[in-house]
Design a protein. Structure first.
Lengths: 609, 380
């Protein structure tokens, strides 16, 4: 058995030389090395920097901490948030609000999504083809667009102008129009999609013979649902619930839009409040808390159902799916669906679109109140004194934001999609090896972080020069926005990269290697042609996600590099028609992109919430 | 055109020792089959030879040119070893036509377009698939894809052709066709071939030599006939041959010259020249042994022939299959399978006579499971 031990060889220069050249001659090793360094610099170091920032004194706090020097260790920021009246009086309510919103969004959207999924997959409800397409549409609409639509319907005089209902003389209380109820309902209309997508996927993989067996045993439909179907989709449902909690707790755009008029704060808006004000580093503390909450739930998910997750019974054969006949119940259920789609999609979108053509919001749709001012008007000829801006197509702000958005989306998503394919290549080829695992884990980190918290990390890292001036302060630059957008989308892009690389068997590459093709030639002639479709669909989905992104970049915005979503958010404070018009521009754009993505076989369900 | 020498090759995956001190010489023009059950290291050996895997210990030379020297961490690149490989999955590039697949390696060698065309068409012609030149791999059947994969491998004129279970994805009929195709290819090109398979029929029918693998080691290296006639241990004997060999337990006594075996089949004394003396054989004490009797070495007849090793047998069942008949019978309680050419009819429980040929039997030491007495491939 002594042969089991590897031989130890005497040291030899030639051997060492051969080993080093062996490593360097293979470009793959070099790429892995470069990738790991990049991932460390872009993910691990910023995160550590932010954490260490919360424990060290910043210049701004010198006057509060007599005798302290910049960079001294301190618990000031943590104590400020947890142990001072100034801190706790804003922090505790915000924490409570966030948790409450997360809780209610989850318990409403889970059953909603699950029922929709069951109806679409297993029941014989009529019109399924069109319905299942429509059901996914609300999810494609960015959540902040939905909050604008909500305002278009429910806005009250508190916001300075009226909405659809108040305009019609129906009194709307402020508690409905703004704050928790509004936030919960709008988020529900977004995050029900998680439950819908995951449960319908799970349902599709369940062999209907399992249910038919129950029927043969004499169970009625309710019993079958309760004791066969539901337990089988439970892991999917739980996963969706965890995703929903983690997303809704960290979400910024909706809460900011619907909370601003009544000063309703949640953790994510409080984070921005501190980052824009003082003490800034308290914002980092909140960011850490948000990250812990989000990653905690995700880890809990993996712990709880990690083992059972894979028991979606995907098999090559035998997954026959017979529909369940729901008889007379299909009509009321169809009615419910129609009402849902009407309320979740038609009414808000109608209100949003119409409002962009209104002279006075809430002023009805009479011809005297309709105008193209928000689109093409000019400030010099404004019909009403308070319309203090140019119509979009003459508006320099809009044009610059449009240009920024296009620039950002194209640059960032191209780079992201490329990196995603490379990262996917490394993780698949390094499967079972240390670098493969490390890459996979590093890439996964941004997934654990709410967008606004991730923005805060980059704020902490790049708001001052680093590496002794080698990296200048990037705050307020377009570069920083591009960078943060790329890294935040790494998990998604590399997952889609991994998926497309998994389909390219290693042997295809080895065959080329034996034929004498160099590494780059193999990439160029074998990998890229075969990964092309995966690349394109991954690219479009990232492109859409970056185009509509608000949370991530909200804390990094400066007037020079505002994007359309941020401009819409700014306008929504006092120029609702302008905000609506921007939202419409983005919506149309996104829907076109989804259409294109669909051609290349992209799965909307895989896009980023 | 190529002689390959492997010396002391060790390969580990983590702490898993998958190749244990492999020593193998493959002579120029050999059709060498690496045979063994799955997970025994035969494919890993092939990949080490191809350069796709790097062993931790050992050396390899091809025509005296150093390819692997682990002492100096030297590994020649796969493409510089003058070989080509046919994968089990064929690994045809799905985005290239048949022509593109075959031409790929030639183009990389920067050959002139006309030369590429000539070489591709020649390879396609050898494999009889010229008419599929412009098709994509997914427009071809499994057998056709297989031919493309082989055409791609031979187009570059390799000195050594490696084949990794190339026929395992084909149906039974195509497999027989492709076997003869490969055998012909080997004869026509004279290329050295290393062939990996777990199918002993493929190994026996095609190879000039077989290396039998067992748990990461080469347990036996011989010609097909040598391996078939004298498998090195009970496991190998059981693995090689279809229908499988009969094992009959007995007791043996070795007096230093001859071995006397008593078994239900009778009493045999085996001469000294047949005894494998380098194996462990207990001297002057009775020990348990196993007789190996190939089905085709048993002659059956209705009438008593008066032969020295004739025994009375009872038919348990017979399975006529046209070209041959399998007969299960018992001799003094020992169950044996015999095979006869042609259609034969026996009744259940019919009494018949079996003539046995001790010279064609193997004897194994039951304790060590190793072969201790050689069998003759023909009746002496």
């Amino acid at each position: 058995m002594d042969k089991l031990k590897r031989q130890r060889r005497p040291f030899s220069w030639k051997r060492l030389w051969n080993q080093i050249m062996g490593l360097l001659r293979n470009p793959f090793n070099v790429i892995v090395f470069v990738c790991l360094i990049m991932l460390f610099c872009l993910i691990v170091i910023p995160l550590l920097t932010m954490i260490s920032n919360t424990f060290t004194v910043a210049k701004a706090e010198l006057r509060n901490l007599p005798g302290a020097e910049i960079g001294d260790l301190t618990l000031f920021y943590w104590r400020y948030l947890f142990a001072t009246v100034l801190g706790t009086s804003v922090f505790l309510p915000a924490l409570g609000n966030s948790l409450m919103i997360g809780f209610f969004v989850t318990i409403i959207s889970m059953p909603l999504g699950a029922i929709l999924a069951w109806l679409m997959v297993r029941s014989d409800i009529p019109g399924k083809k069109i319905l299942s397409m429509l059901i996914i549409v609300p999810y494609m609409i960015p959540s902040w667009c939905k909050s604008l639509a909500w305002l278009a319907v429910f806005r009250t005089s508190t916001a300075g102008s009226l909405g659809l209902l108040t305009g019609m003389g129906i009194p709307v209380p402020d508690w409905l129009a703004y704050g928790p109820v509004a936030i919960i309902l709008v988020m529900t209309l977004h995050y029900y999609a998680f439950a819908y997508i995951m449960v319908s996927g799970s349902l599709r993989s369940i062999n209907s013979e399992l249910e038919e067996m129950g029927e043969i045993q004499g169970a009625n439909k309710i019993q079958i649902l309760r004791s066969i179907t539901l337990p089988l989709v439970m892991p999917a449902l739980l996963s969706a619930a965890i995703m929903t909690i983690s997303k809704s707790i960290g979400s910024y755009g909706v809460a900011a839009n619907l909370g601003q008029f009544t000063n309703y704060q949640v953790l994510s808006t409080l984070l921005k409040y501190f980052l824009n004000g003082s003490p800034k580093r308290v914002g980092f503390v909140i960011s850490i808390l948000l990250i812990l909450m989000a990653s905690g739930t995700i880890f809990a998910n993996q712990r709880l159902i990690g083992v059972r997750k894979s028991y979606a019974t995907i098999g090559g054969k035998g997954t026959r799916s017979n529909l369940m006949h729901i008889g007379w119940a299909k009509w009321p259920l169809l009615g419910f669906l129609v009402v849902f789609l009407f309320a979740a999609m038609v009414v808000p979108m109608f209100a949003l679109v119409m409002e962009s053509f209104q002279l006075r919001t809430g002023g009805g749709y009479g011809i005297e109140n309709l105008t193209l001012y928000a689109w093409t008007g000019s400030w010099a000829e404004r019909p009403l004194e308070f319309l203090a801006y140019d119509g979009l197509f003459r508006n320099a702000d809009f044009m610059s934001a449009l240009w920024n958005t296009v620039k950002l989306s194209i640059i960032a998503s191209t780079l992201t999609a490329f990196s995603g394919q490379f990262l996917g290549y490394i993780t698949t080829r390094g499967r079972g090896k240390w670098y493969g695992k490390l890459t996979e884990q590093l890439v996964f980190i941004p997934y654990l972080m709410p967008g606004v918290a991730f923005g805060a990390i980059y704020f902490a890292m790049f708001s001052q020069p680093r590496l002794g001036g080698l990296i200048p302060s990037l705050y307020g630059t377009f570069t920083l926005i591009v960078l943060v957008s790329i890294v935040k989308h790494f998990p998604f892009a590399s997952r889609s990269g991994t998926a497309s690389m998994m389909q390219i068997s290693l042997e295809l590459e080895e065959a080329a290697e034996i034929a004498g093709a160099s590494f780059w030639r193999r990439i160029g002639r074998i990998i890229i042609p075969l990964a092309k479709n995966g690349f394109i669909s991954g690219f479009i989905l990232v492109f859409i996600s970056i185009t509509k992104e608000l949370d991530l970049i909200a804390v990094l915005m400066s007037p020079a590099n505002r994007t359309l979503p941020f401009l819409a958010f700014e306008y929504s404070k006092n120029m609702p028609q302008g905000a609506d018009a921007i939202a419409i521009v983005i919506l149309v754009f996104i829907l076109i992109c989804y259409g294109i993505a669909n051609i290349f076989g992209a799965d909307v369900g895989k896009s980023w919430g | 055109m190529s002689k390959i020498v492997l010396e002391h090759i060790d390969k580990f995956y983590g702490t898993n020792h998958v190749l244990r001190d492999i020593n193998l010489t493959i002579e120029d023009g050999d059709f060498m089959t690496l045979l063994g059950p799955s997970g025994c290291g035969k494919t890993t050996t092939l990949r080490v030879i191809s350069g796709l895997e790097k062993p931790q210990n050992g050396r390899m030379t091809m025509d005296d040119r150093l390819m692997i020297d682990t002492d100096e961490a030297f590994f020649e690149a796969p493409s510089k070893r003058g070989l080509n490989l046919v994968f089990q999955s064929y690994a045809l590039w799905p985005h290239m036509t048949v022509y593109g697949n075959v031409a790929f390696g030639l183009k990389i060698k920067r050959m002139h377009r006309h030369e590429v065309h000539e070489a591709v068409m020649k390879a396609l012609k050898v494999m009889r698939i010229e008419e599929f030149e412009h098709r994509y791999p997914n427009e071809l059947s499994g057998g056709q894809q297989q031919r493309v994969a082989i055409a791609r491998a031979i187009a570059t004129g390799p000195k050594l052709l490696l084949l990794d279970e190339p026929l395992s994805n084909l149906d039974a009929r195509l497999r027989i066709d492709m076997r003869s195709e490969l055998k012909r290819l080997h004869k026509e090109t004279g290329t050295t071939v290393i062939y990996v398979t777990h199918d002993q029929v493929e190994a026996l029918t095609m190879s000039t030599k077989i290396a039998l693998f067992k748990e990461g080691e080469i347990s036996q290296l011989d010609t097909p006939l040598g391996i078939y006639t004298n498998p090195i241990d009970l496991q190998a004997a059981d693995f090689i041959g279809n229908p499988r060999i009969n094992f009959v337990d007995g007791l043996a006594l070795y007096d230093g010259e001859t071995i006397l075996v008593r078994s239900p089949l009778g009493e045999y004394r085996f001469p000294q020249k047949d005894i494998k003396t380098d194996e462990e054989i207990p001297l002057h004490e009775e020990f348990e042994c196993v007789l190996g009797v190939r089905p085709e070495t048993i002659d059956l007849g209705i009438e008593e022939t008066g032969h020295k090793h004739s025994a009375e047998a009872i038919v348990y069942a017979s399975q006529p299959a046209g070209s041959e008949t399998l007969i299960t019978l018992t001799i003094n309680g020992a169950e044996l399978l015999a095979i006869q050419i042609g259609l034969k009819e026996y009744d259940v429980n019919q009494k018949i006579h079996a003539v046995l040929h001790p010279a064609r039997m193997n004897v194994y030491n039951k304790a060590t499971t190793r072969l201790i007495k050689f069998a003759h491939s023909t009746q002496p």
